[in-house]
Structures are given as structure tokens and as C-alpha cells.
Design a protein around this ligand. Structure first.
Ligand code: OAD
Length: 237
């Protein structure tokens, strides 16, 4: 079966489980593989609580660099297919991406498993904000003037329990689960497709490359995200 035979029109309740490959065609670098962020930047220096506690300015330099880069990246045709599909089917997006591009494209039910680049929280006074400034000039909380902390799930952090529970429910109840552009190596997110499979959803992987989880899928589409998603939407969009 190819992406031409596999049509969204045959399903009612669709979950898209997306990773960095979903945004690659928007110009956002992936984390692993050629040009991957973690090849160039050591996460222990930029993306963990210990690094932030040690040197928040240094961590903010990295996140402001990312804000500038990601802020200039528009939704690609794949994001737009997923957003448009909401007009015809029940659609839930479960994303590991922090870039907010699904929401920019118009998707309304988006669970951000790993937090969001534009979201800020103050672990000192509990204040929260969402700011798309790229870069964020003042990295201090407006209420108590301690450093904002990017509301991102860094290495060693736990996932938000409430978000995770909603995601599990979505995986258990969908009839089609499409994983798009994830290397399936970061846990616990990587295990979520197994939940959909156990719940009897048809499971599809869209990724030009095989992943450690490829064997569990009913169909693997070895194409870039926007090409595969556009083909699967034929007859509906
Ligand atoms: P990775 O960078 O690990 O994997 C990206 C995947 O996208 C690879 O399997 C590529 O083959 C695939 N890919 C590349 N271009 C593609 C395209 N045009 N269409 C479809 N697929 C494509 O990214 P993630 O799996 O998202 O965590 O990484 C998971 C987590 O690791 C991220 O959320 C991040 C990172 O550390 C945090 O920041 C907490």
C-alpha cells in the first residue's frame, strides 16, 4: 500500500504525531542527522535545567537564536493539509515540536508534548506568558524580575502529566494514527504509537528513513511530509 491508496477520507478520527521532520520543509533544522541541532550544540550546555541554573544568559542566547530562526519559518503544505483536514474530520495533533507552526497553520487541537518555544514561565513566582518576540529582549519575568524560563521540556525534565493523559486518550481512541518526521528515539514520546496500535488504530509512518519503530506500522511511506500528506488528502481537500 502506498500513500496514493491510503486516504484520510476512509477514517473519522485522525491523530497526527509529529516530530522535527514535519517542520524540516519549513526550514527548521531537525535535531539529529545531517545539520541536526544536537550535532552543533551540546544539549548539556543549552537545554537542561542544570545549564539554566548555572548560566541562564548562556541558555537564553541559544533560545533567542532559535526564536529568530524558527520565527522566520512559515507553515509548509504538510502543516496546511493537517489544518484543513479539521473541516472534514476529527483531528488531533500531538507534537514533539516546540515551534508552534501547527497552530500558525490553523490547527486548533494541538498537544505540545515538549512544551513551546514561545511559552515562558517563571519558576520563582509562577507567572506565565506567551511571547513570539524573536529575539526576546528582556528575559526577565515582568512580575518578579527573576529570569523567565523557556517553557520547554528539556533533557531530564518530566512531561506534563495532564498533556500526557490527554495524548494517551487520543491515541487509544483514534482510528488512524499518522507519525510524521520523528526519529522515535526520545522516550516516552517514542512509545505513543504503540498505544495507538494497541487501541486498534491503523498506524502509518511518514519518514524518508526507517526508524527503530518502523516495524510496528501497518504502512511506512518513505517520502517527505508534505508530499505524502498531500497525496493522502486527495478526494477530501
Ligand atoms: P529528530 O531530529 O530526532 O528526527 C527527525 C526525523 O525527521 C528523522 O527521522 C528524519 O528522517 C525525518 N525527516 C527529515 N526530513 C523529513 C521530511 N521532509 N519529512 C518527513 N520526515 C523527515 O526529531 P524528533 O524525532 O522530533 O526534544 O526528536 C524528538 C525530540 O528530540 C525533540 O522533540 C527534541 C529532541 O531532543 C526536545 O527538545 C525536548
Amino acid at each position: 500500500m502506498t500513500s496514493h491508496d491510503l486516504r484520510f477520507s476512509d477514517y473519522e478520527n485522525i491523530v497526527f504525531f509529529t516530530g522535527a521532520g514535519m517542520s524540516a520543509e519549513s526550514g527548521v533544522p531537525t535535531y539529529r542527522g545531517a545539520g541536526g541541532i544536537w550535532k552543533e550544540y551540546n544539549y548539556e550546555e543549552y537545554a537542561c535545567q542544570a545549564a539554566f541554573d548555572r548560566d541562564p544568559e548562556h541558555v537564553w542566547e541559544f533560545h533567542n537564536y532559535r526564536r529568530k530562526l524558527v520565527g522566520a519559518c512559515p507553515p509548509n503544505p504538510g502543516h496546511r493539509v493537517i489544518a484543513e483536514l479539521e473541516k472534514h474530520r476529527a483531528v488531533t495533533v500531538v507534537t514533539q515540536n516546540i515551534d508552534g507552526i501547527h497552530q500558525l497553520a490553523g490547527s486548533t487541537t494541538v498537544h505540545e508534548l515538549h512544551g513551546g518555544l514561545w511559552r515562558l514561565r517563571c519558576d520563582h513566582c509562577g507567572n506565565r506568558d506567551t511571547r513570539r518576540d524573536a529575539p526576546l529582549e528582556d528575559v526577565h519575568c515582568g512580575a518578579c524580575h527573576h529570569y523567565w524560563r523557556p517553557d520547554i521540556v528539556w533533557f531530564g525534565d518530566s512531561l506534563d502529566r495532564e498533556v500526557f493523559d490527554q495524548v494517551i486518550k487520543a491515541m487509544e481512541t483514534c482510528d488512524l494514527m499518522v507519525a510524521v518526521g520523528t526519529s522515535a528515539v526520545v522516550h516516552p514520546a517514542a512509545q505513543l504509537p504503540i498505544v495507538a496500535k494497541a487501541g486498534h488504530a491503523r498506524c502509518v509512518e511518514i519518514n524518508p528513513e526507517a526508524t527503530p519503530l518502523s516495524d510496528i506500522y501497518d504502512v511506512c511511506v518513505r517520502k517527505p511530509a508534505s508530499e505524502a500528506l498531500t497525496e493522502m488528502a486527495q478526494g477530501l481537500l
